[in-house]
Each structure stands twice: as structure tokens, then as C-alpha cells.
Design a binder for this molecule. Structure first.
Ligand code: DGT
Ligand code: CA
Ligand code: CA
Ligand code: ZN
Length: 579
């Protein structure tokens, strides 16, 4: 079990304890434990298994919690959590995912109403009965209703990065089956959608090298992480995988229809409907086995996906664009745009170090960036409003800028001194202008008061953009995928102001953000915005998330000219200099 998962269970237990009104001291010990575990560089599981090591040596882990960790890693729960789950409906944990409802409000609701399902909670809000409770009002009811809707559309979906990782493991595993040559993820994963409903894997090989459909599917259902087989036929098997329960559909296909199947199962449905209509207009019929001429039923194309598109008079369309948003028309006119590629990214402009809540030093981040082939990075630690993260105050900002000037030429990539400066509630910067002016690059972000009225949030962001040192707006909506909607504001107005002031919009590539989303990116590009793709790395390995940010940019049809950090270091520095 990963440390992150252990931390999640500890936090969940603390939430339940809070719902039941236990004393703050015990709750805090679980929460502190969760933080300690999540940030610990070594796997807790291996420490527990190693007789030479003690988990109680980790700061924040006492004897009591050591026992709990043992329970959690062996059976995924602990005694306290089990007891509390007996006392409250299991939906208590789901209620916690509803924005606006913390453990205290859930406790109040349970004290006054006997409800146990999400539908019942929704009804309470609709019937305006939440506002009868202490500290609750009409606004909360609205928020709860919105959040329940979002919750319903997110259950059963998974982060793209998680699905990709699972697809990678399955690919390695299935490639061991004799004769298997290709394992490809199709569906929303191949299109790079930010969240994935289920994983669609296509597998093929050549009979002469021993490939058999049945052998692939037999092996798939024995994958150690399969926990429930949903179906096992001749060409297709489905199973739930991992304790998260991601559904995986595996299709084993003959080599000769692979291209057609890939086209079909990549989708999107909307794209395929339009493609099939085009085929019909041209006297063809298209299905997962191939493109056929209607008169005579003869096969036109099926081996390669490109062949299918070509036979339909289309340039091959990259999967990220297959949403029927005009890409088919462009492909017919050979006018598809050139999209940005990972290899064109030359620097990363948002990352944290040990100075605040990152895990590595500036030097380590610079080395990791060099290993990825970058020319430059901006180190952007937090500002002082994030006291929990030990954010920088003016003195430390000025000292940091001087330190980076002193390092010039001594690191494997060019380092720009930066800051992720908090945007305060009223839109003022958390750091005084003269200190900001010492830095090369300031990205301004909202981390607090995310529930302001849209008009107030708009004014706040407009004011932040007015600050002369601000060069980029960090994670511009603040959304957390599957957990939290972005803050509400007049997006068009803020984009227009950003364009007027030359402030770039960030595509935050961390897997749970991917913020901005493709639809907003497209709207922003139409208004003339420029973008940076940044990872917000808190660890050297997070720098690899860049490819997720690039995928999002490609889904928005952005080209290298739209992305400022495709510029070579010299040119990028010149752009910063000009201000
Ligand atoms: P997801 O799994 O919800 O993230 O989204 P997709 O796009 O992966 O959808 P999924 O798994 O239902 O289907 C995979 C692809 O199969 C889909 O993108 C398009 C293709 N497909 C072609 N025809 C049909 C059809 O009639 N029904 C469905 N469900 N999919 C179809
Ligand atoms: Ca799918
Ligand atoms: Ca599917
Ligand atoms: Zn941030």
C-alpha cells in the first residue's frame, strides 16, 4: 500500500472521529500522522516489515499510531474506523466529498435528520431544510446541490495519470503472452481526457508467432490486480482492477483488423458518428472490422488506422482532437493545425523546493530538469500567506533572488528566480512590489477564500493581473479533478485583462489539477491569450507530469506558438526582461 493511500485512510478516520464529536487531541494525532506518512520518502509498509526499523522514529508517529499503521497496511482499515463506520452510514464518507459540508456540518445534519443516502441529502437541500439547522443557509443549500451533481458525474471516473499507469502495467503483463505484438490503450485514455471512465485495451499479434485471442484473455483475467471478472468471452474480457475498481475492457483482435478497431474504440462517440456518416456518404460502411464498399462488400481498409482515414479522404487525426469539434472538416481540407509536442517544451516554470513545501533542493530540481533535456526552470516557492508551507516573506524573497543571481552559470540549466505569490482575498499580492521586482518571474495564484461571489472573485483576479510584476496566473480556476470545482468568476473578462497586460495563463500539469481545461483554453486562445505549461512539481519526479499538461494543450488545439515555454532560454529571458 502506498503512503498516500495510508494517509487517506488516516484522514478519513479523523473525519469520522470529527463527525462523532471526539476530542480534538486524538483527531489531530491522526491528521498529523497522515501528513507525516504522506510526506515520508520511504514506504511505510517496508519500514513496518523491516525489524531493524521503527515507524515511531518518524516524527509525528507515536506508539498508538504505529499500531494503527500496522492495521491499515495489513487490512486497509483500523479498529477505530470500523467502529465509526458501524455507527454511521457508509455514505458519511461520501458526504465528506460534498463541497461545503465538513465533518461538523455532517454531524449537525445527522443530529437532526435520519438520512443515509445521497438522494436523501439532496432532498433535504431541495426542500430547504438544511437552512433550518445552525450555521447553515440558502447559499449552502445551493452549493450542496451543485456539489452533489458534480459528485454524481465524477463517481466511477479516474484520473488520467492513474489510468495511464494501470495501462502501462497491463501492457507489460500482456506482452508476456506468446505472440502478442501490440497492446494499445484506446478510448478516452488515448484521447487524453483528464478523467477516464474505463480502460479500453486492444491487443494483437500474429498467429504465426503463436498469437491466440483466447490466451490473451485467459492471462488478463489472472492479472494479480484483478479483483472481479465482469465478463470473459471469445474476443473480449472485462474486469475491475485494483482496490480502486477501475474497469478494464480487453479486446484481442486479429492483426488485419487492428487499425479499424483502434479507430473505432478510440472514439469519441461524437467523432465516430461523424466519421461513419462521411463513410456512408462516400458509399462505404465502417465498423470495428474495417471500411467496406457497400456494393460488393469488399474491404477497403483495416490494417492501419491511417488507411481508414486516408480512404475517407482525410488526413490522420491525432486522438486528442477526436471530439467532432471541427477536426474532420480540417482534415478533409488538409488544414489540421500543428499541435505542441512534449519535445518542444524547453523549460518548466512552476516548482517548489524544501524552502517551502517541496521535497528537494533547488540544485536537485535543476538537475532533474537537465535530465529531461530542459534549458531552464523557474523556482517558484510559496509566499508567506501559506504559513503552513513555510512561505517566503519579503526578506527571504530578496535573499533568494540574490542567491539565484550568485548561482548563474553554476547549474546544469538556467535557473530563474521565481515565486508563486498568493493572491490575497482583496486581490493584493502577498509580497510587496519592491521585493517582487527582485525576481525574474512571478506566478500569482489563489489558495484561499475560494468561495467568493463571482463578482468579488472577478475583481480579485483583475486586481492581481494589474500588479506589474505578475507574469502568469497559476492554476487559473483552482479545480481539483473529481473533488472540487474551480472558483466562479467572469472568465472572459479576466482573460481579456490578462491579454491586455501580457499575463500568461498557466496550464498546471499536476495530475489532479490539469487547470485550465481544454474548453477554457480554447476560449482563452480565441481572445488572444498565451500560455505556459508548468508542472507545479513538489518533487523531482513530478517534473515528468509535463506530458499531461502537453496533452491538455493538444486537446485545446494549442500549437508551440501559443506556449511561451517552448521558447529557447535566451528568447525566454529576453521576454521576461522586457516585462
Ligand atoms: P470513458 O470510458 O467514459 O472515459 O469514455 P470512452 O470514450 O473511453 O468511452 P467507452 O469506454 O464507452 O467507449 C470506448 C470507445 O468505443 C468510445 O470512445 C467510442 C467507441 N464506440 C464506438 N461505437 C460505440 C457505441 O455504440 N457505444 C459506445 N459506448 N462506444 C462506442
Ligand atoms: Ca473507456
Ligand atoms: Ca469501455
Ligand atoms: Zn499553487
Amino acid at each position: 500500500m502506498e503512503n498516500k493511500e495510508i494517509a487517506r485512510i488516516l484522514n478519513e478516520t479523523a473525519d469520522l472521529m470529527e463527525i462523532s464529536g471526539e476530542d480534538g487531541f486524538r483527531i489531530r494525532s491522526y491528521r498529523n500522522g497522515a501528513t507525516a506518512v504522506e510526506g515520508y520518502p520511504e514506504r511505510i509498509e517496508s519500514i513496518l516489515a523491516d525489524p531493524e526499523k521503527k515507524v515511531t522514529d518518524i516524527p509525528g508517529i507515536g506508539k498508538g499510531l504505529a499500531f494503527v499503521l500496522d492495521e491499515v497496511t495489513t487490512r486497509g482499515s483500523c479498529e477505530r474506523r470500523d467502529q465509526l463506520l458501524q455507527q454511521y452510514p457508509p455514505t458519511a464518507l461520501e458526504f465528506l466529498k460534498i463541497q461545503g459540508l465538513g465533518p461538523k456540518s455532517i454531524r449537525t445534519i445527522f443530529e437532526h435528520y435520519r438520512i443515509s443516502t445521497m438522494d436523501e441529502l439532496e432532498r433535504l437541500a431541495q426542500e430547504q431544510r438544511l437552512r433550518e439547522l445552525p450555521r447553515m443557509g440558502a447559499k449552502l443549500e445551493e452549493k450542496v446541490l451543485r456539489s452533489i451533481a458534480r459528485y454524481r458525474s465524477s463517481v466511477g471516473r479516474f484520473l488520467l495519470s492513474f489510468a495511464q499507469q494501470m495501462a502501462g502495467e497491463l501492457e507489460t503483463y500482456l506482452k508476456e503472452v506468446p505472440g502478442v505484438e501490440v497492446v494499445t490503450a484506446a478510448g478516452s485514455l488515448r484521447r487524453g481526457k483528464e478523467t477516464v471512465g474505463d480502460l479500453d485495451l486492444l491487443v494483437t499479434g500474429r498467429p504465426e508467432s503463436g498469437f491466440s485471442e483466447a490466451a490473451v484473455l485467459d492471462r488478463f483475467v489472472k492479472f494479480p490486480r484483478v479483483n472481479e471478472v465482469l465478463g470473459h468471452g471469445e474476443n473480449k474480457a472485462s474486469a475491475k482492477v485494483g482496490h480502486e475498481g477501475l474497469q478494464v475492457d480487453v479486446r484481442a483482435l486479429p492483426r488485419e483488423s487492428y487499425g479499424a478497431a483502434l479507430q473505432y474504440f478510440t472514439g469519441s462517440k461524437e467523432h465516430n458518428v461523424a466519421i461513419r456518416q462521411r463513410a456512408v456518404r462516400m458509399g462505404y460502411k465502417l465498423n470495428e472490422y474495417g471500411l467496406f464498399r457497400v456494393d460488393g462488400d469488399s474491404l477497403v481498409a483495416s490494417l492501419r488506422e491511417e488507411d481508414v482515414y486516408e480512404a475517407l479522404g482525410l488526413d490522420w487525426i491525432t486522438p486528442e482532437m477526436r471530439e467532432n469539434l471541427g477536426e474532420i472538416e480540417l482534415a478533409a481540407e488538409h488544414r489540421l493545425p500543428r499541435l505542441v509536442e512534449l519535445s518542444q517544451i524547453r523549460g518548466d516554470l512552476h516548482m517548489h523546493t524544501r524552502e517551502t513545501d517541496g521535497r528537494a533542493t533547488l540544485e536537485e530540481m535543476a538537475e532533474a530538469a537537465a535530465a529531461l533535456g530542459y534549458e531552464y526552470v523557474a523556482i517558484t516557492d510559496h509566499s508567506k500567506a501559506l504559513a503552513m508551507a513555510n512561505g517566503l516573506d519579503e526578506t527571504r524573497v530578496v535573499a533568494f533572488a540574490a542567491q539565484v543571481r550568485g548561482l548563474a552559470g553554476k547549474l546544469p540549466v538556467r535557473v530563474f528566480s521565481g515565486l508563486e505569490c498568493d493572491i490575497l482575498r482583496d486581490g493584493a499580492m502577498d509580497i510587496a512590489g519592491d521585493a517582487l521586482a527582485e525576481l525574474d518571474f512571478v506566478v500569482a495564484s489563489v489558495h484561499s477564500h475560494m468561495n467568493l461571489e463571482p463578482a468579488e472573485m472577478t475583481d480579485r483576479l483583475l486586481r492581481a493581473i494589474e500588479c506589474p510584476q505578475v507574469r502568469a496566473l497559476g492554476h487559473p480556476t483552482g479545480r481539483i479533478l473529481l473533488q472540487r470545482d474551480g472558483y466562479q468568476y467572469d472568465f472572459e473578462r479576466v482573460v481579456e485583462a490578462a491579454v491586455a497586460r501580457g499575463v500568461w495563463l498557466e496550464i498546471n500539469a499536476s495530475p489532479e489539477r490539469l487547470d485550465l481545461d481544454p474548453a477554457r483554453l480554447r476560449a482563452a486562445k480565441a481572445r488572444g491569450a498565451r500560455f505556459v505549461i508548468s508542472t507545479d512539481a513538489h518533487h523531482p519526479k513530478h517534473l515528468a507530469h509535463m506530458r499531461l499538461g502537453v496533452t491538455v494543450a493538444r486537446r485545446a488545439w494549442l500549437g508551440p506558438e501559443d506556449i511561451v515555454n517552448t521558447l529557447p532560454a535566451e528568447q525566454f529571458a529576453a521576454v521576461l526582461e522586457r516585462g
